[in-house]
Design a protein around this ligand. Structure first.
Ligand code: SAH
Length: 480
């Protein structure tokens, strides 16, 4: 290995081939594979092979390329942008091509012989004119293909159309907007929001109109936008793709204490990050101050991602923030996230609804605005609903007492998941009778701040609780 493990042994670059000959020497499967790749480009394909396979010949012809049915000669390299030596088992033939290419100054790739290659062929994601090339510098083509599959899934097919639309606006933008801030802002908005959304849903003409409007500033170019975004329960890969995209675009990220650091870190490097705390009992910023902050940022023309743990519309006080934004006339949208209840259920394979056992699901909170426990949903629990209790840890005892008083059996199964989906997740199981024990649960640092989701109901008996600790012994949650 090299002494600098973080340095690349190759320099990724995109080689211009439009209209230029690219030479492939060989007539078998390897030559065919390279020719297929080349058909994704505007290169002029030239194949030299004494006896080209039928399929190869057909592909080359269809692509408007040329086949020279004879042995390779150095003059084949004339004017070539690139050359491939793909003679399969004929090592001498490959060497001849490599040597001739070197002499002619044409970069050459010898299939399956990395030591002879001037360049490697990456795994390619084609969204012309956008291209993503993935290389493992010849060490792991399978890994490169695996990564390609993930990138394929990530990049909408229409991203190419978006790039072409951008191209058609480039000259106008250069004329109308001064270089710098304004231009960057235009393109930032062009590639996200309404223009991109329309391209991605195939409404190209509308997208064009939207882009023109954006350029003309008809829609108030300076108006900001706020996305209320669900950050999920904790595991960074439980974030939605949309949330991830918006994080890349936001100028400002406003986040709560429960939002995982890894998610906040996904934002643009130069994005401003504002923590608004909201630890239980230690509000670093009041809700009205947060509302005002969002309004101010929107008025200042900023593009804001307001990150909330789980789903923004589940005990996230998004209602108040949306009201404030609406009243101030600031455009906003909600991006859903995976709420703690479903993450906790997934962790213990708990069917939240189950035929014949639980036919409804209640998202409940342990206490109301004034800190009172809210047994209002006790009736629902009685009728067989699965009840997911948010913010219930410190009031677990009171909640259980209310439920038992309302008629729920004291031996109704209860599961509690602390830090659901995080590396320091912990599961507890027991009955309503033991639920009070949760109030004494601390995190490893001795702080009662660890988020706990409690699930009550008969469906809990169908969960996989093999890794659960008995509720009766709930005391501390181990650190990650
Ligand atoms: N909007 C959030 C809920 C915010 S209220 C959501 O949709 O998940 C805060 C409560 O959510 C916590 O008291 C806890 O009950 C629950 N919670 C959030 N994240 C959690 C997690 N990773 N594990 C367990 N409970 C969690």
């Amino acid at each position: 290995m090299s002494s600098a493990p973080h340095r690349l042994s190759v320099f990724p670059a995109f080689h211009k081939v439009s209209g230029r000959p690219v030479l492939v020497v060989g007539g078998g499967a390897e030559a065919l594979a390279k020719v297929r790749l080349l058909t994704e480009t505007e290169a002029r394909i030239v194949v030299v092979a004494e006896d080209p396979g039928e399929e190869l010949a057909a592909v080359v012809t269809r692509a408007g390329g040329e086949i020279r049915r004879r042995a390779f000669q150095p003059s084949d390299l004339e004017g070539a942008a690139l050359a491939f030596a793909a003679a399969e088992d004929d090592e001498a033939a490959d060497i001849a091509v490599v040597e001739a290419a070197r002499a002619a100054g044409v970069p050459v790739n010898a299939v399956d012989r990395p030591e002879w290659c001037d360049f490697y062929v990456p795994a390619i994601v084609n969204r012309a004119p956008v291209a993503v090339a993935i290389s493992s510098a010849g060490t792991g083509p399978v890994l490169a293909r695996h990564i390609r599959a993930r990138v394929e899934a990530m990049l909408p097919v229409e991203i190419g159309a978006l790039a072409r639309l951008a191209e058609s606006f480039r000259a106008t933008v250069a004329r109308v907007l001064p270089p710098g801030e304004a231009r960057l802002r235009f393109w930032g908005r062009f590639f996200s929001g309404s223009v991109a959304d329309r391209v991605f849903s195939g409404r190209l003409e509308e997208a064009r109109g939207e882009a023109a409007r954006l350029l003309n500033g008809v829609r108030g170019e300076e108006a900001g936008f706020v996305w209320l975004v669900g950050a999920g329960p904790g595991a960074a890969d439980l974030l939605t793709l949309r949330a991830q995209r918006l994080l890349q675009e936001a100028d400002v990220i406003v986040y709560d204490r429960l939002v995982p650091e890894a998610v906040v870190a996904m934002g643009r490097r130069d994005a401003e990050r504002i923590s608004v705390g909201k630890a239980k009992g230690a509000h670093s910023m009041s809700q009205s101050a947060i509302n005002a902050l969002l309004v101010d940022l929107g008025r200042a023309g900023r593009r804001v991602v307001r990150l909330k743990a789980g789903d923004p519309l589940v005990f996230g006080r998004a209602g108040e923030e949306m009201t404030a934004l609406t009243e101030a006339g600031i455009a906003h949208e909600v991006v859903p996230g995976i709420t703690a209840a479903v993450a906790a259920a997934a962790s213990i394979r708990l069917p939240l609804t189950l035929r014949g056992v639980a036919s409804s699901l209640v998202f409940a909170t342990g206490h109301d605005r004034d800190g009172e426990t809210l047994p209002g949903w006790a009736g629902l629990a009685l009728s067989g609903a699965t009840v997911a209790v948010y913010m219930g840890r410190s009031v677990a005892g009171r909640v259980a007492t209310h439920l038992i008083a309302a008629g729920l059996a004291a031996d109704t199964p209860v599961a509690a998941v602390a830090n659901a989906s995080r590396t320091d997740e912990a599961v507890f199981a027991g009955t309503l009778d033991d639920m009070a024990r949760l109030a004494g649960l601390d995190d490893a640092a001795g702080e009662a701040s660890v988020p706990v989701l409690i699930i009550v109901g008969r469906a809990v008996a169908h969960a996989d609780l093999s890794n659960a600790q008995p509720l009766t012994q709930a005391r501390a949650v181990a650190a990650a």
